[in-house]
Design a binder for this molecule. Sequence first.
Ligand SMILES: [Zn+2]
Length: 108
Amino acid sequence: MNKPVNCRFFYGDYFRGKNKEECRLLAANPTNQIAWKRSHCDSCPVPEILISSNSRELALEATIVRKFLRSQVEVTFAVCTRHMMELSDPRYCPECAAEQNRSAGEDA
Ligand SMILES: [Zn+2]
């Protein structure tokens, strides 16, 4: 059995011998053409994006793309739901950055 993945979109159900694993991010994208496998998590950028993004209310859309000999998860769309703003870089929302600067100034 694979270890559960430390990712908010990963879902594993091993109860009573079940071995169901799912990526809820990809399951939510009906246009994804390549079936998700647990091994896609090993090269997936999403957990790192969730940790490093300055947006705390990040909504992502992802798909699996084939690259040469392997397939991997790629983020196709990122939105800061706090500011309803599409982000070209999912790791950075300029509005969240401005808020964080402002509150940093208040603390000083
Ligand atoms: Zn934001």
